[in-house]
Design a protein around this ligand. Structure first.
Ligand SMILES: [Zn+2]
Length: 272
């Protein structure tokens, strides 16, 4: 599943190619992803220009010249590419937005859990469809004091807590395990037991891990590919995720795998 660094990588890639381009055509090859595709709204994008590409949580926001936003969530298996218009589509290529430079923005999604919508923000730029999203993990708002106050009296395991999108958005399974390893905090620790010092350490490691992942273009773990077809490289640096039974790179103890909040969780029983 694409996580925040992967979506940010896609946004950064699209930002190099889309702004300034005009949409000249729309081709739909299926009716429904997670929700039905908004056929009319998508067709009304023809002859409009793209003026920017942003990310909020795991949503890609493509700003349209008339003030609307093309909102895309990649779901489990969604990918975007920019092939030449002449390049024939394959089975799971559900949507093409043809551009005025002979390319198209192509959405592919074998499992169809993604989302494509056209939304209109309110006067303050807020998008009702996104609801009240928690702070971005890389923003200044997500700091040690925020995590400390929020976690008081919470008995949820810390890993589940930091993955809760109502607390902070976009800290997915891989990055939660890796951040906790770097902060030497056991994933099962009750969130309310985090000390101020641990909160500071954890916030720092979450930002550090996400920034490193973004810098090298996301992880390969879920067959993620950038818009240009390049593979992410973060998988090479994972210290605990997916390494059950292998030696901890710090102490040599075997990495443990447990299920926490329904998700595979990896940690070093000695370091954490
Ligand atoms: Zn260890």
């Amino acid at each position: 599943m694409p996580e925040l660094p992967e979506v940010e990588t896609v946004a950064a890639n699209l930002r190099c190619h889309l702004p300034g381009r005009k949409i000249t055509g729309v081709t739909l090859r299926c009716q429904k992803l997670r929700r039905p595709l908004p056929v009319k709204a998508l067709q009304s994008l023809v002859n409009k220009a793209i003026c920017g590409v942003r990310r909020r949580a795991k949503y890609l926001l493509i700003d349209i010249s008339d003030g609307r936003i093309l909102m895309i969530h990649l779901g489990m298996t969604g990918t975007l590419s920019l092939p030449d218009t002449a390049e024939s589509s394959e089975r799971h290529d559900h949507l093409d937005l043809t551009l005025d430079n002979g390319k198209c923005l192509r959405y592919r999604d074998p499992r169809k859990f993604g989302l494509v919508a056209v939304v209109t923000p309110d006067a303050d730029g807020q998008i009702a469809e996104l609801g009240n999203l928690a702070p971005e993990p890389l923003s200044a708002k997500f700091d040690a004091e925020y995590l400390f106050q929020l976690s008081r009296k919470r008995t949820t395991p810390v890993k589940t807590f930091i993955m809760d999108q109502r607390r902070v958005v976009g800290v997915g399974n891989i990055y939660a395990s890796e951040s906790l390893f770097r902060a030497r905090i056991r994933p099962t620790l009750k969130a309310g037991k985090l000390s101020r010092k641990q909160c500071r350490l954890l916030v720092d490691t979450i930002k550090e891990v996400l920034n490193e992942a973004i810098k090298i273009g996301g992880t390969t773990i879920s067959d993620f590919y950038g818009v240009d077809g390049s593979e992410g490289k973060f998988a090479l640096k994972l210290k605990v995720y997916g390494r059950a039974g292998e030696c901890c790179t710090v102490c040599g103890a075997p990495i443990k795998k447990i299920i926490l909040g329904g998700r595979s969780t990896f940690y070093c029983p000695k370091c954490q």
